[in-house]
Design a protein around this ligand. Structure first.
Ligand SMILES: O=C(O)COP(=O)(O)O
Ligand SMILES: [Mg+2]
Length: 222
């Protein structure tokens, strides 16, 4: 990967699930409690891992179908899921190695930081706070903050507007094809981490400008 020059980069937009925090355990517990409430069987962890990334509505619709539920159960599933997720938010989740150090280095390089996730904002804010990551970000946006979610470029373009930085100078850091497609369409450079959730596909097959094994391994030129 060519080194990322902080003289040309002005900001970074950072994804949450699979990039900063390993939240698979939270998703699995909240979904299983919701399914139990609806008298439906649990789904396996691998199914949850490959279905995360396109927001909670998508995850719930796919999970209901996979567990043998009916589409009409969506509203009940959503209410139960939201209550369960908020009750355990962060308890079965850990910050990936190198994240705090990586964010610190980006800040020291003079970049403005925003968090942009497809997770509902009401889940994202308390999770960042519980994991001690909220202080790095001047802005935090969720899957319900804008009219459309990643992989649509709109949330990235809106986030760039708030940051006050041109997309070409705003680096997207993510873990999935969603993040990369949104970044390409918005005109943002994009680097993906190799350890997150990419819809069950090898992340190195995604069109991105580079890959890192840890966020503190971003090759920032000095
Ligand atoms: O909630 C999701 O579907 C995943 O959200 P992300 O955009 O932080 O990866
Ligand atoms: Mg992600």
């Amino acid at each position: 990967m060519p080194s990322l020059d902080p003289r040309t980069l002005q900001a970074a937009i950072v994804d949450l699930d699979g990039t900063m925090v390993d939240t698979l355990g939270d998703f699995v517990v909240a979904l299983h409690r919701m399914l139990a409430d609806l008298a439906l069987p649990p789904v396996d962890r691998a199914f949850v891992e490959r279905t995360i990334g396109k927001g909670s509505e998508h995850l719930l619709r796919q999970t209901l179908a996979h567990a043998g539920g009916r589409p009409e159960q969506f509203d009940a599933a959503w209410a139960r899921y939201q209550a369960h997720y908020l009750a355990i938010n962060g308890e079965h989740a850990t910050v990936f190695p190198g994240v705090a150090e990586g964010l610190q280095r980006l800040r020291e390089a003079g970049l403005r930081l925003a968090c942009l996730t497809n997770k509902p904002l009401a889940f994202a804010r308390p999770l960042l706070a519980a994991k001690g990551l909220d202080g790095y970000f001047g802005a935090v946006f969720g899957g319900d903050s804008f009219e459309r979610k990643k992989p649509d470029p709109l949330p990235l373009l809106k986030t760039c507007e708030v940051l006050g930085t041109p997309p070409a100078r705003t680096l997207m850091l993510g873990d999935s094809a969603n993040d990369a497609q949104a970044a390409r369409a918005a005109g943002c450079p994009v680097v993906l981490v190799t350890y997150g959730y990419n819809h069950g596909e090898p992340v190195r097959g995604v069109d991105a400008d580079g890959f890192v094994d840890r966020l503190d391994q971003l090759p920032l030129a000095r």
